[in-house]
Every structure is written in C-alpha cells, then in structure tokens.
Ligand binder design. Structure first.
Ligand code: UDP
Length: 454
C-alpha cells in the first residue's frame, strides 16, 4: 500500500471558517488521509481548550499553529486589521511550517486553504505542491466578489468599491437581486474600512488564481444561478458532522451539554432556538428587547448568550426576567448547534443568518426568523426569505431596534405558516440527497479526492 496522502488545511482565523474546514478535514481522515490543521496561535489555544475529553482527535488530525500577526490583546473582530496582519506575517510562517514538515518523510501532498487566504495558493505553487481553495460561504457571495471588476466597469461601484448609488442589481438574469448597500465590503465599518476591505478583496482575487480547485460549502440546487455564473466553484456541501455520524469540532467555546438534555424534555416542534454565531454583539437596549420578546412569546426557547454577546453591564437581562421565564427558557454560553438543530423539539431558528447557520438550518428543515447584522448575512436573508421562502425577516423601529412585540408577532406568524414548513422540509431532503451517493456534492467531493490522490 502507498503512503497516506497528507493534506495541510489552513482556515481563515474565524469561527465560521474553522468549523467547516475542520469538517472537511474529518471527511478526509475518514477516507484514510492524514491532515495537519493549521490554526492561528490565538485560535489554536481556544480550540484545544474547548475540546472535551471525549473529543480525542490526536491520532487523526494534527493540530498545529502559526501566528496571525496580532498581539494577544488586539481586537480580532476588526476583520480589516486582522486580514492585513495575516497578510504581513502568515505567508512566511506557512512556508517555514511546510519546509519543516517536508523535511520529514511525511511530505504535504496538497494544501487546502480558505479562499480568503489566496496568497497560500502562491506559497504552495512556489513549493511545487497541489493546492485547492475552500470557500465556506455562499456561491452568490463569491460570484459578487469575482464580479467587482465588472461592477466598476458598469458604473455601479467607484474604483474604490463604493456604490455610486444605493440600488438593487442582478449579477445575471437568473441571480437574485442584490442590494449594493449589502455587498460584503459595503456593510462593514466606516467608509475607510470599506475601501480597505475592497482593496484587500481585489488583491485576493488575483492571489487566488494559482488555485487548482475551488470547493465550496454550498449545494448546487440551492443556488444554481450563482454556480452557473462562477462555474469554477464546485459545491461539496452541506459539510455537516451528521453526514459521517460524527461530532462537530473546532469550536472556540466549550459547549454547554445541558442543551440536549433540556431539549429531550420539551414537546416536539415547540422550541425557538436563538443564536447569533460567533461575532454578533448587542447593545443593551436591543439585548433587553430580545429577552422581553422571547418572554412574550410564551413558548419554550433555547438562547445562546455568548459570554461576550452584549455591551451592557452585569448579566444584561431585564429585571426579573430569569425568574419569570423559569425553566421555559434556557440560556447557554455555547451550544452544539448542529445537534440542537437536528433535535425534534426545535420549531424554528432565530438566526443572524451566517452561512454556516443557514446551511445547518436548511439541512435540518428548520424555518428561520432572520436577524442579520453585517457581511453576507443580508444576502443570506434574501435567499431564506425571498428565494427559498423558508423564513421571515423582522421590521425595525425608527431607532433601528427590533421590538418585543415584533418578535412575538413574527414567531407566531412563522409557526402558523404551513407552507413555509413544507418548503423547509423539501429543502432538507434536497440537501441530504446532494451528499448521498449519486448527489451532486457527493460526486464533486469524490472527484476532488481522486484529484488529491492522483
Ligand atoms: N455555533 C455553535 N454553537 C453556538 C453558536 C454557533 O456551534 O452556540 C456554530 C454554528 O453551528 C456555525 C458556527 O458556529 O457552524 C457559526 O458560523 P456562522 O457562519 O453561522 O456565523 P459567524 O459566527 O461566522 O457569524
């Protein structure tokens, strides 16, 4: 027997990027590959600390780390600053790491790096190693990023990426309409951050060119127009631990294992699951309004309140809230979300619409209440509410706040809507079919594996 192929996997250092690439790595290990998984030093510590004794992955995947260019105390939620630091420091460190590994008799066969780290393709090419890019978000988002040159030529964006006016545009006849205010670089920070991010994206579009494959955590049938527009992208999703009957790993926070036991004690299809991913931060007013809205629904809810989720003082809950909701509501610091969403007690998912959350909800047939904040979350809401029609959005008041009454009304409206639930179940089946024998994602993944091995 020949040697095991050895893949080096390099995620962009953010939670929504680490989890799906770790899932892809687990699939490779299951097929007999070796994987060296390279986190940033900062995230490596978090991932290792969050692993529980049961999650022994030592023998299968080697977890290593390199610096991300920021000091420990610096703000990693500032994506522009983080991306610039990475660009300064990581390419050299990656090269050193590969040289060190290749000094042994266990050489790297293929580098799979996050598409946002396009420069890693150049590093691998220079070292004569096969290389593939991994895109953890929607095909529509990457199609919009690949179209920036055309958007400038067509007079929709200035040379610096700022929309000439706010308007709805279509990248192609069949693509869903996109709001120019919601491009990934236009709904982040102030104007100068937006220009910086646009510049970084433009540079990345060039850096990614040496990639030999571009695989993506989506499904052809979910967004056929986007895949037709950017046909170099190959969908291999949904990348979910349940596909291999395993457990999702690579989390930055330890999971609170009480969730599943609590869900076991709830009525089927009764619980509102509320989670906003790894980045979102609430101001005190909105946080309290959400709490009161959940209280007002009179339904059971499971709410992920990350330790850093709000800017308020103390625990941030309205006075007497916890006593009043009692055991009807459970608040946890971090859930094992994929397991939660597949639990029969879940009725709906109140979500910030990050792409992983979107794929996880869709794959489990769960209807959505959409509460997007930034980046691609508005685009994903557009898919959920307007294209797939498996969820509802919220209206904000003149202060930009989603009020408690609006939360209660939309929960009731969603849960009474049989058509939304029926469509969600159709999408679930479609998602599952794509990753089983004969499905499109399954076929793409098989071809990808064959190429790495060849
Ligand atoms: N997640 C989790 N437990 C939680 C909240 C989130 O496991 O309590 C996972 C979720 O399943 C998803 C990821 O964290 O895989 C968040 O990625 P997403 O793209 O949805 O949002 P982001 O954090 O990038 O905004």
């Amino acid at each position: 027997m020949g040697k095991k192929p050895h893949v080096l996997a390099l995620p962009y250092p953010a939670q929504g990027h680490v989890i799906p690439l770790m899932e892809l790595s687990q699939c490779l290990v299951k097929l007999g590959f070796k994987v060296t998984f390279v986190n940033s030093d900062f995230n490596h510590k978090r991932v290792v600390n969050a692993l529980s004794a049961k999650d022994d992955i030592g023998g299968q995947i080697r977890l290593v780390s390199i610096p991300d260019g920021l000091e420990d105390w610096e703000d990693r939620n500032d994506l522009v600053k983080l991306t610039e630091a990475i660009f300064r420091v990581m390419p050299g460190k990656l090269e050193e790491l590969i040289e060190e590994i290749n000094g042994s008799d266990d050489k790297i066969t293929c580098v799979i790096a996050d598409e946002n780290l396009g420069w890693a393709m150049g590093v691998a090419e220079k070292m004569g190693i096969k290389r593939a890019a991994f895109w953890p978000a929607s095909a529509a988002l990457l199609a919009s990023i690949f179209s920036i040159g055309k958007l400038v030529d067509d007079g929709i964006l200035t040379n610096e990426g700022i929309p000439v006016k706010n308007q709805m545009i279509k990248l192609s006849e069949t693509m869903p309409a996109m709001d120019t205010a919601h491009f990934v670089w236009t709904c982040i920070g102030d104007l100068s951050s937006q220009k910086l991010l646009f510049d970084l994206i433009g540079r990345n579009n060039k850096a990614i060119l040496p990639a030999e494959w571009l695989v993506c955590n989506s499904i052809y049938d979910l967004e056929p127009a986007a895949f037709n527009l950017a046909s170099e992208m190959l969908p291999i999703g949904p990348l979910l631990a349940s596909n291999r009957l395993g457990k999702s790993i690579g989390h930055f926070w330890p999971e609170d294992s009480i969730c599943l036991r609590w869900l076991d004690n709830q009525t089927a299809c009764s619980v509102i699951y509320v989670a906003f991913g790894s980045f979102t931060v609430f101001d005190e007013t909105q946080f309290q309004e959400l709490a009161l809205g959940l209280e007002l629904t009179n339904r059971p809810f499971l709410w992920v309140v990350r330790p850093d989720i709000h800017t308020g003082k103390n625990d941030g809950y309205p006075e007497g809230f916890q006593e009043r909701v009692g055991t009807r509501g459970l608040m946890v610091g971090w859930a094992s979300q994929q397991k939660v969403l597949s639990h029969p007690s879940i009725a709906c998912f109140l979500s910030h619409c990050g792409w992983n959350s979107t794929m996880e909800g869709v794959s489990n047939g769960v209807p959505f209440l959409c509460w997007p904040y930034f980046a691609d979350q508005f685009l994903n809401q557009g898919y959920i509410c307007d294209v797939w029609k498996v969820g509802l959005g919220f209206n904000r008041d003149e202060r930009g706040i989603i009020q408690q009454g609006e939360i209660k009304n939309k929960v009731n409206q969603l849960l009474l809507d049989e058509k939304i639930k029926a469509r969600a179940l159709v999408l679930k089946e479609m998602a599952m079919n794509s990753v089983t024998e004969g499905g499109n994602s399954h076929k793409n993944f098989k071809n990808f594996i064959e190429w790495i091995k060849s």
